[in-house]
Design a protein around this ligand. Structure first.
Ligand code: GLA
Length: 386
């Protein structure tokens, strides 16, 4: 019996579409990264949190290998796929994400039968808030339970990463799915990407009279494009030249020597990762001792490092960040993989309206599309709704 209103509605819609009730409804959130960008695939530290915007899937397993997929949004209509011959590169549109998860589970030797699947989501698409991982995490949570696979959260993280890297074709790390699967209301997820250990760090901005604003610039991006992969390749080159397993093993004190060993561009990429890891550790320390009031300058420094050293910002993100800072935010940075998507601005409640107005005006004056601005708070990770 499905009782949560959102789940009951999706279950009814499922039944209307496929002719019988689903086995259950699962949800998984998108994420915002507070700090720690492009550090995950360098075995470093990240501090994201699950947000109160989620993808939901209603699923019913069926014998055979036929999968029928439908979403409540978009124009792809009902898609029918035989998963027996599922190959990377064979799917298009949102169905790539659930099919990638099925493929990755099969690769692990888990027998996934056919199914009907209905997706609903209110995670903004292409906004850098991990709408794709939200889908993948909802699907893997459902299939982990329905197939009896019994994977631990860490294994689900690696399985969805495999789906992203090899089926979707985006060479991303483990941050997004870790936040979506392991998030907790009122907390940021301090994740050590080397061993996947997690410490939940209280992040309750309202208690300090602050809000965390997300500014969706509407500049869409894809991590399957070359920019993300080329940054990752630079980091791997840097680690190789410096003789370490991963940039995680390079400290701030090693940077001077590194500057003599690396070409100028690779050095700046390395400097971003090394200083960003340090900023994550400092942020965790400050949040734990004082709460969020004093982390503003670390957010600002993170943005400058991504803009100047890692070169993954864009004009719209810089405008959002600069305008937010000049109109009252105590710290702001782009969040996520970059090249578009969203910025975050930590803002005193009494300055929120001023920041919103200033950013909207600045975008209009620059001739950019109107941004979407909303607040987020840390929410629970993936779970079964009914
Ligand atoms: C994307 C990827 C993550 C991470 C961030 C950058 O969101 O999916 O794995 O690398 O970019 O921090």
């Amino acid at each position: 019996m499905i009782t949560a209103p959102a789940a009951a509605e999706l279950a009814t819609r499922f039944e209307d579409t496929f002719g019988s009730a689903p086995d259950g409804v699962w949800q998984a959130p998108g994420r915002v990264n507070l700090i720690g960008e492009h550090t995950d695939y360098n075995e470093g530290f990240v501090l994201p949190f699950a947000i109160d915007k989620t993808a939901r899937v209603a699923i019913k397993l069926r014998p055979g290998t036929t999968v029928r997929l439908l979403s409540t949004y978009g124009d792809q209509g009902l898609v029918t796929v035989d998963t027996a011959g599922l190959q990377p590169g064979s799917a298009k549109g949102w169905v790539t994400y659930p099919l990638g998860v099925i493929w990755a589970l099969q690769e692990r030797g888990i027998n996934v039968p056919g199914m009907d699947l209905l997706l609903d989501s209110n995670v903004p698409l292409g906004a850098g808030l991990s709408s794709s991982h939200a889908i993948e995490c909802a699907v893997i949570s459902a299939l982990n339970e329905l197939t009896g696979a019994g994977l631990a959260a860490e294994e689900m993280v690696l399985t969805t990463q495999r789906a992203e890297n090899h089926f979707v074709g985006a060479p991303t790390g483990i941050m997004d799915q870790s936040a979506s699967l392991r998030g907790s209301k009122g907390h940021a997820v301090f994740l050590d990407c080397r061993d996947q250990s997690v410490q939940l760090v209280p992040f309750e901005a309202e208690e300090s009279g602050l809000v965390l604003l997300v500014i969706d610039t509407k500049v869409s991006h894809s991590h399957a494009d070359g920019g993300y992969a080329s940054r990752r390749a630079s980091c791997e080159l840097g680690a190789q030249v410096l003789g370490v397993n991963a940039l995680r093993d390079v400290g701030i004190d090693d940077l001077e020597e590194a500057s003599g060993l690396l070409d100028e561009v690779t050095f700046r990429r390395v400097r971003h990762v090394v200083t960003e890891n340090d900023r994550v550790l400092q942020t965790v320390e400050l949040l734990t001792s004082d709460g969020p009031t004093h982390i503003g300058s670390l957010l600002d420094a993170s943005h400058a490092s991504m803009r100047d050293d890692f070169e993954i910002s864009c004009t719209e993100l810089d405008l959002a960040v600069d305008t937010a800072r000049h109109s009252g935010a105590i710290g702001a940075r782009m969040t996520g993989g970059g090249f578009g998507g969203s910025a975050i601005a930590l803002t005193p409640v009494e300055r929120e309206a001023e920041v919103r107005d200033a950013v909207v005006r600045a975008f209009a004056d620059a001739g950019f599309a109107a941004p979407d601005i909303f607040t987020v708070t840390p929410a629970d990770g993936a779970r079964r709704l009914g």
